[in-house]
Design a protein around this ligand. Structure first.
Ligand code: AMP
Ligand code: MG
Length: 317
């Protein structure tokens, strides 16, 4: 049953925009991962995102916009934020800002916080869908809560099935990990989640250091409860320099070990990020090995985002 998946043609995007305006859920491709989108101003549509994903309602959603000029209407901005937006948008950078739009319809999407998170995705399908819907689209990753994020339309279908009204197929995601989230409401910028824009890139643009949040970016209001996330069904061992006999091994870089998949044979972190979730999906779908092991990834550039995801994927209560 794949009739929910349609190619992202102009006609299908028009149709998808109508679904958004009518309060439905559309899975859309972005450069990071597939998003499960709804009209930010429609509380019952937003509520159905939480229900479809089985996501706790205290975990706020990112608003996706298609136009920088819309940002100052939606949230409190300043020169620093606008400079960052001009430079990094469209792209995998999300700002946490003080809310300006106080309409109650946005309360659910922002989990009742006085802040709102916003980004402009770098994907023609997502941008066209947002423009045609004419509203900000709130979209978490289009998968069941805590499971592996989707980087293809089929991943979305496998995780959510008919809970989504329509899945726009725009091919595989080019970045492959979620956006970098920064809190810009205080003097010092704080990174809440490592993601598609490396910390080093932000710091060199800003000419200042960015703090790394000690709290849990998945739960701004109740830290420390969602250590498990992005998780496969098979037990996962990380920082594994070699596989055990019963492990499906995902390597990184040149290796003499036996491996099933290699995130990047030449040791390129950008390439590894693109493959990460897809390979976790593949490792989880196979039945030859009861366990999964993953090679060490350097803690620099996109490696930070990758390590953040695999730490949570490997977490067992
Ligand atoms: P997801 O959409 O599933 O990739 O997750 C979105 C992430 O953004 C979650 O970790 C949220 O906790 C975080 N987030 C969204 N809005 C806010 C906000 N206003 N303040 C802090 N974190 C936020
Ligand atoms: Mg997610």
């Amino acid at each position: 049953m794949q009739h929910h998946i349609v190619p992202a043609t102009p006609e299908n995007i028009v149709h998808a925009a109508k679904i958004i305006r009518a309060g439905g859920l559309v899975a859309m491709p972005t450069e990071t991962v597939y998003g499960l989108g709804a009209n930010a101003y429609d509380s019952s549509a937003v509520a159905s995102i939480f229900a479809a994903k089985n996501r706790p309602t205290f975990n706020p959603l990112i608003s996706h916009i298609a136009d920088i000029d819309f940002l100052p209407q939606y949230a409190e901005t300043d020169a620093r934020v606008m400079a960052l937006a001009e430079h990094f948008w469209p792209g995998p950078l999300t700002f946490v800002l003080r809310r300006k739009d106080l309409s109650p319809a946005l309360d659910l999407a922002s989990a009742g916080l006085p802040t709102v998170s916003v980004r402009m995705p770098n994907h023609p399908v997502a941008l066209s869908l947002i423009r045609q819907a004419g509203v900000p689209i709130v979209a978490p990753s289009a998968n069941r809560s805590q499971s592996i994020s989707p980087t293809t339309a089929l991943h979305v279908w496998e995780s959510l099935g008919p809970r989504v009204d329509l899945i726009l197929d725009g091919g595989a995601c080019s970045v492959g990990v979620e956006s970098t989230i920064i809190d810009v409401t205080t003097d010092k910028i704080v990174m809440l989640r490592a993601g598609g824009i490396p910390l080093e890139t932000l710091e060199s643009f800003l000419g200042e250091t960015v703090l790394i949040s000690q709290g849990n970016p998945d739960l701004p209001t109740s830290p420390g409860q969602m250590l498990r996330h992005y998780a496969p069904e098979h037990p996962l061992r990380i920082h594994a320099t070699a596989p055990m006999e019963d492990e499906f091994y995902i390597a990184f870089g040149p290796t003499k070990e036996r491996f099933e998949l290699n995130l990047s044979p030449r040791g390129d972190l950008t390439e590894a990020a693109t493959h990460l979730f897809d390979y976790l999906h593949k490792a989880d779908a196979q039945r030859s090995y009861p366990k999964i092991a993953l090679a060490p990834i350097p803690e620099e550039g996109l490696g930070r985002a990758i390590n953040d995801r695999i730490r949570r994927a490997a977490y067992r209560r």
